[in-house]
Design a protein around this ligand. Sequence first.
Ligand SMILES: N[C@@H](CCC(=O)N[C@@H](CS)C(=O)NCC(=O)O)C(=O)O
Length: 210
Amino acid sequence: MKLYDFHLAPNPRRVRIFLAEKGIEVPTVEINTREAGQFDSAFEKVNPDRTIPVLELDDGTCISETVAICRYFEEIRPEPPLMGVDARDKAVVEMWSRRCELQGFQSIGEAARNSLPMFADRGLAGMPDGVPQIPALAERGRAAATRFCAKLDAQLAGNEFVAGPRFTIADITAFVMFGFATRIDFAVPEDCANIRRWYDLVAARPSADA
Ligand SMILES: N[C@@H](CCC(=O)N[C@@H](CS)C(=O)NCC(=O)O)C(=O)O
């Protein structure tokens, strides 16, 4: 088994934190997306989407998509549970995981990809032909992330972690989102005291170094 990784990229970091929480070690292969490693023909055979992370199993199966990779590890190593413990909890975790990814993480991604010089002509991931940046999308992404923060702050007012009393994959996605957000100088809004409390809690976990 091996994990195609890049130490500076946010989606692979989500998997690394998940693995650290599970206590699983997987050999990694570094794909430097800043030097177009995802567009090498050998890697395209691993993942035609040309994105990382990818988990390659010993039978040759290649699994891309961060949450799919996490699902695999949740199934083979259920403890500690990071994707819910029963029908209700699994659904709640999935709900918050998707909110964090679709409303938070992707909004920051949209803002970053459409504004940072390192993403010039790389407005979408995995596109070797060149996708121009659209400044208006960067603004829209920032605004959407700000709206998401308000929702997340309200949720954290009554919950220790994003999806309730336990640390889950939803915390990982939101935590990595805020780390990625520093690259576009997007900080936790001043009035989001609950997010600040939660962020310090998650940052203190050993897995945060992954
Ligand atoms: N939906 C995918 C997104 C993967 C993705 O966009 N990964 C980025 C690194 S964080 C990437 O591979 N970028 C390649 C590029 O910029 O061309 C997932 O959840 O794994």
